[in-house]
Design a protein. Structure first.
Lengths: 64, 409
């Protein structure tokens, strides 16, 4: 799984950090930062949930 | 509220619609009918106009994130909540009713304090506030009005600390906020309340500019107003919005949530008995979904023709999102009318969806997690001190809740 975040689209709701804290964080302004763009398989469900609940649809997932 | 002949003649349901007698936690029955039979439907609102109502969870999420849908309340066709909202001064607008790039410019100036780690750092002081208020209640006479003694003070104290507003002013700002969120307030009353609050915040910002402290208003004053990124009036409007949104909504969730839990003792027991922060966090999401206190609909206007649910919404037509019934959509949440604190509920739209989704949601979550995991443990015999039928609900509020909640133990 490859994780990308579109920072200009991010609205700093923080939902991804709550859903998958090992994969997402926020910068000083609350904007999304991807900590691990190829996260371990054990986190994939949480990462999919983060992408699903992102209100700005700013998280993109690819197969590899 | 009774249906008039005109409603029947137009063949369209009136919106907002009344809830069913005896079911104060459930959305109006007509919304369930629409969701089942005509999920994208026209409704009639207060001024006789006929905007579209979106009732399915999937459609709400799709359209609230669609760039062809505008939140700009100055556009023709925008379905205002009331005459007071329609008549409000454009200078009183906040980023809630603006589109990008203006919306994003203003919102990003206030996102920093609401980042998850910064809000998490506030948890000990939220816990202290909650514990102190419970100590005071336990030491005083009973019954008490939980709204006055607890539900309103918790978020008011927290947002005052965060913004740097003196809590001694709480009677003043709570009184004016009540006028703003009451749907029956006249345009003059709302304008006067907005002006009183904005004038006060403006004075406070001037003071922070001269004597900055470590709070959010000081940061706005020194980093945004002093640099010319924002006018003092814009900052004062922003402060008014954060102060109002910061206490009124959470207060309603605390009181209404407590009442819903007292009516569902099995669920209340789950919260009282768990030590697991994840279980508490999950319970908060489910209460947000189930109660959806923002019951008067998100308002938007179409910028282009949009095909959805077998209908065509034309450019310039108003759209209302009934997030309360969307959160009870059986396709998204099985057995949706059951309060089940153990269900996965995180995909609810109680904070809205799209770029306007609630800015303060991380703070609201921490406040509600602390409250729900503390109040019923410290007062395990908490119970209603009046008949359930006597409780007055905020049917006329832009935000739903109870006016007072007499409790004892």
């Amino acid at each position: 799984m490859r994780v990308e975040a579109d920072q200009p689209k991010c609205v700093a709701s923080g939902q991804c950090v709550l859903a998958a804290p090992d994969v997402f964080d926020q910068d000083d302004d609350g904007i999304v930062v991807v900590l691990d763009d190829h996260p371990e398989e054990s986190t994939h469900d949480d990462v999919r949930e983060a992408a699903a609940i992102c209100p700005a649809a700013a998280i993109r997932l690819a197969d590899k | 509220m009774t249906e008039t002949v005109a409603d029947t003649a137009a063949g369209l349901p009136a919106y907002p619609a009344p809830r069913a007698a005896g079911c104060p936690f459930d959305p109006p029955p007509v919304l369930r009918t629409l969701q089942t039979e005509k999920p994208v439907s026209r409704v009639r609102i207060w001024d006789g106009t006929q905007p579209w109502l979106i009732t399915r969870h999937e459609d709400v999420r799709a359209l609230l994130n669609d760039p062809r849908v505008s939140a700009d309340s100055t556009r023709e066709g925008y379905p205002h909540r009331s005459a007071a909202m329609q008549g409000s001064d454009p200078a009183a607008q906040t980023f809630l009713t603006m589109d990008d790039p203006e919306h994003a410019r203003l919102r990003r100036m206030v996102t920093a304090p609401f980042a998850i780690k910064k809000v998490e750092a506030l948890r000990p002081s939220v816990q202290q506030i909650v514990d102190d208020l419970i100590d005071t209640m336990l030491a005083g006479p009973k019954p008490v009005d939980l709204v006055e003694q607890f539900a309103l003070p918790v978020p008011s104290l927290v947002i005052c600390e965060l913004l740097g507003v003196p809590y001694e002013k709480h009677d003043f700002f709570q009184r004016h906020t009540k006028v703003i969120v009451r749907r029956t307030s006249t345009p003059e009353e709302v304008a006067a309340a907005n002006k009183a609050l904005t004038d006060y915040l403006d004075e406070l910002l001037a003071d922070k500019l001269a004597h900055p402290a470590g709070d959010m208003l000081s940061a706005l004053a020194t980093e945004r107003v002093a640099t010319g990124e924002m006018t003092r009036h814009e900052a004062a409007r922003m402060g008014t919005l954060l102060l109002g949104a910061g206490h009124e909504t959470t207060a309603n969730m605390i009181a209404l949530g407590t009442l819903a839990l007292l009516r569902n003792p099995g669920q209340l027991a789950l919260l009282r008995e768990t030590d697991d922060p994840k279980a508490v966090a999950g319970a908060v999401e489910e209460l947000l979904r189930y109660l959806n206190i923002t019951h008067s609909g998100r308002r938007r206007v179409a910028l282009a023709d949009i095909e959805i649910g077998g209908e065509t919404i034309r450019a310039g037509e108003g759209i209302i999102f009934a997030n309360d019934i969307a959160n009870r959509d059986p396709d998204a949440f099985p057995d949706p009318d059951r309060l089940d604190l153990t269900r996965p509920a995180r995909r609810h739209v109680a904070f809205g969806y799209g770029v306007h989704q609630c800015l303060g949601q991380p703070l609201a979550r921490v406040e509600l997690q602390v409250v729900y995991s503390t109040l019923y443990r410290r007062i395990p015999t908490l119970r209603l001190a009046t008949d359930f039928d006597e409780v007055r609900f905020k049917h006329d509020g832009i935000v739903y809740g109870v006016y007072e909640l007499p409790v004892t133990w």
